[in-house]
Design a protein around this ligand. Structure first.
Ligand code: ADP
Ligand code: MG
Length: 695
């Protein structure tokens, strides 16, 4: 495939510099290799010709054979369009083009027999098709079996680029010299996979369904295989090198915390995970462990006890959180919990004042600060520890792999790394997604928790919802009302948030209402958060900045406005903010009345279960906004084009096993039969490095 990686698409027949620029901007296609890896998203069967009478609006793509009865340019200026009346003897259909009107008007003639191909719809009650492909019967394109449909953007369409354009360009490449294989013969044979050139030819122009399935399997396997190879090679290297701090003992910090400060008994799951961490840090190798536990399972405490192990052995520890709110909260919880044993804890955020910052820098450098809690600010240059022994990253998915690695640069020997996440994904998947991390699971919640009572309500029931909310507040409880703010720059969302805030204040004039969103200044955010944490404010109106980690056990009501706009895992996270005490809590999903069946089904998952794994599974299958797949993919070393983490679990297993076997027999990929695989791996790593420099 080497030659293709250096062949700029502008040199491919029919593309040229202008289109090449567009392809780069719209589809990240720059080289011939990128082009042949641009796969069809689905296929249409061009061997069947349909009748106008038999088709319905719900169908995706159909082809029809007939003639234009009329074909005219209608309207003027921006409204100009080419409109044809197409008849096949069973009925008529309007065919419309909004672009390239004049050239198409010359090209297509009334009375001539054509096959048109496109997505049927209707307009003003009349059957219609916009921008179909038009062929003469008997030509190569018409009625040729399975045809790939390529993802096209608005801009591509406007420039007259169609699925057929892609087909033509890709065929030009595939008809050139054979594309070099990336997998070794033994890997291909072991998994019964077709070769790369065959697979690519087939995926773009499948002869039949069986061949297509084999080609798709091969290409998915290949993607997942290189990811596994990269991950496992790094894991092996790390395991071989002995450079990790050895925490030989559990000492007085840990023990006196355990006996004097712990307000409750640890759950069995917490105990087990603490033991796993204890075993890791005693090996002399660096720990890289992921702790997975549903919201409210008590990860913070596990992290704190792991950090005390470091302190007991003369090292410092740090805990990084993705938001200032969360960092502040962790700081407060930990300071309070360890007050009796006199641990020196500091908080470093982007908004920390200069004098305080300098004091912290000094304390870190001379070792007097035992434990630092912070945000990304911790990663910044002047922060230097005397001896950082343990780094904990909370809610990992907000931090990239690259940031994780930067932590290690703070020491010559890297600190032990503990990553905590509430994204509940199956263990095998976690191993793929979180790279070379070992995985621990906190699979039970602290005792006495009652499942959050979750209901779906519509906008016209808001008054009732507010009444129920007020009742809880009269009983001394607190409530969150959350608004979607998908993009913090979206003015519209901000308006709906402030309007919501005003409405709530009007509704409850006697109550104190706190108000937090992501565009607020840090000090203001802290102040508002404090109002709620201290119990002074009974209601907190907020955006999803409170989504991760915030812990106010007295809060018993979570109202989520426009719940239909959230992804399932996000809803689950939000719901996790309540139900943290022993009393019954409530989560109300507010939605427009008029939502699709799919959306309703999604929301009903939430009302039917509080199990994070069930929610995650459904999320993966249903793929709502902000789905888990996206979150998971952001943890991968290379990007996926065709494989899916959610639905290709079996192929992941195959790829994993093959990568393991390969590294067992040739750990450095030095054997000649693995040269192509080694080259491809190196290429993908370099490419990834280029990308991360850009972004
Ligand atoms: P998460 O796993 O979502 O980060 P937290 O660490 O914030 O959860 O813990 C949620 C709540 O449960 C906190 O109020 C914490 O004090 C409490 N908690 C943690 N462990 C236990 C336990 N073993 N028994 C009772 N409560 C616990
Ligand atoms: Mg947490």
């Amino acid at each position: 495939m080497n030659r293709l990686h250096t062949l700029d698409v502008k040199y491919i027949k029919g593309i040229g510099p202008a289109r090449a620029e567009l392809l780069a901007a719209e589809c990240e296609i720059r080289t011939a290799a990128d082009l042949v890896r641009y796969y069809p998203t689905h296929y249409v069967d061009r061997s069947t010709v349909r009748t106008i009478r038999s088709i319905s609006d719900e169908e995706t793509y159909v082809q029809i054979q007939g003639r234009f009865v009329t074909l005219n340019i209608v309207g003027e200026g921006a409204k100009m369009r080419l409109v044809g009346l197409f008849s096949d003897g069973t009925g008529t259909m309007e065919v419309v083009w909004f672009k390239r009107i004049k050239s198409l008007a010359k090209q297509y003639l009334p009375g001539v027999e054509y096959i048109i191909f496109g997505k049927p719809g209707s307009f003003n009650g009349h059957r219609q098709m916009t921008h179909p492909e038009v062929d003469l019967p008997g030509t190569m394109h018409a009625t040729e079996g399975l045809r790939g449909v390529y993802p096209l953007t608005e801009k591509l369409r406007n420039r007259g680029i169609t699925s057929r354009s892609f087909d033509g360009w890709i065929q030009t490449v595939l008809n050139g010299p054979a594309i070099q294989e990336t997998l070794s013969v033994s890997v291909l044979e072991r998994n019964h996979l077709p070769g790369l050139h065959t697979a690519l030819s087939t995926i773009h122009r499948p002869e039949d369904k069986t061949a297509l399935d084999a080609a798709r399997l091969r290409l998915k396997f290949e993607e997942l295989f290189f990811i596994q190879l990269d991950i496992q090679r790094r894991a092996r290297k790390r395991k071989m090198s002995m450079d990790g701090f050895r925490f030989r003992r559990i000492g007085s910090w840990f023990n006196s915390f355990y006996s004097r400060c712990l307000p409750f008994e640890l759950t069995d799951a917490q105990k087990r995970v603490i033991k796993e961490i204890r075993a890791d840090v005693n090996t002399g190798r660096q720990m890289n462990r992921l702790v997975q536990g549903d919201v409210g399972s008590g990860k913070t405490l596990v992290a704190l006890m792991a950090m005390l192990m470091a302190v007991d052995n003369g090292y410092q520890a740090c805990l990084m959180a993705p938001t200032e709110i969360l960092a502040t909260q962790h700081y407060e919880t930990i300071s309070k919990m360890t007050a009796a044993i006199g641990l020196n804890v500091a908080l470093l955020k982007g908004s920390t004042r200069k004098a305080e910052r300098e004091r912290i820098h000094t304390g870190l450098a001379d070792g007097s600060i035992h434990l630092l809690v912070g945000t990304h600010a911790v990663l910044e240059e002047p922060v230097s520890f005397r001896n950082l022994g343990m780094a904990v990253i909370d809610e990992q998915h907000r931090f990239g792999v690259a940031q994780r690695a930067r932590l290690w640069l703070k020491n010559s020997i890297p600190p032990h790394v503990l990553v905590m996440t509430a994204t509940p994904i199956p263990r095998t998947l976690a191993m793929t997604v979180y790279g070379d991390l070992d995985v621990s699971v906190i699979d039970t919640l602290p005792p006495g928790r009652k499942p959050v009572n979750t209901v779906l309500r519509y906008d016209n029931q808001r008054l009732q919802v507010y009444k129920a909310l007020y009742k809880q507040i009269q009983q001394g409880r607190q409530a969150y009302i959350v608004y979607p703010l998908i993009d913090e720059n979206e003015k519209l969302d901000l308006r709906s948030l402030t309007e919501g805030y005003e409405a709530v204040r009007e509704m409850f004039p006697k109550l104190k209402v706190a108000f937090v969103h992501g565009r607020m200044k840090a000090a203001e955010k802290d102040y508002q958060m404090q109002l709620f944490v201290s119990g002074e404010a009974q209601i907190m109106v907020a955006t999803t900045v409170i989504e991760v980690g915030v812990n106010v056990p007295n809060a018993s009501v979570m109202i989520i406005e426009n719940a239909e706009r959230f992804g399932l895992s996000q809803l689950h996270q939000l719901r996790g903010r309540v139900g943290r005490g022993a009393d019954q809590s409530y989560c109300v999903l507010m939605s427009r009345h008029n939502i699709s069946a799919e959306t309703r089904k999604r929301l009903e998952i939430m009302t039917s279960t509080t199990d994070g794994f069930v929610v995650a599974e459904a999320d993966m299958q249903m793929r709502g906004p902000g789905d888990i797949e996206g979150t998971m993919q952001s943890g991968l070393p290379f990007r996926l084009r065709i494989a899916s983490l959610a639905s290709d679990g079996q192929i992941i297993q195959l790829a994993r096993a093959s990568a393991e076997a390969l590294l067992d027999s040739d750990s450095d990929l030095h054997r000649p039969e693995n040269a192509a695989t080694e080259r491809e791996l190196r290429r993908q790593i370099n490419r990834q490095a280029d990308w991360s420099r850009i972004s």
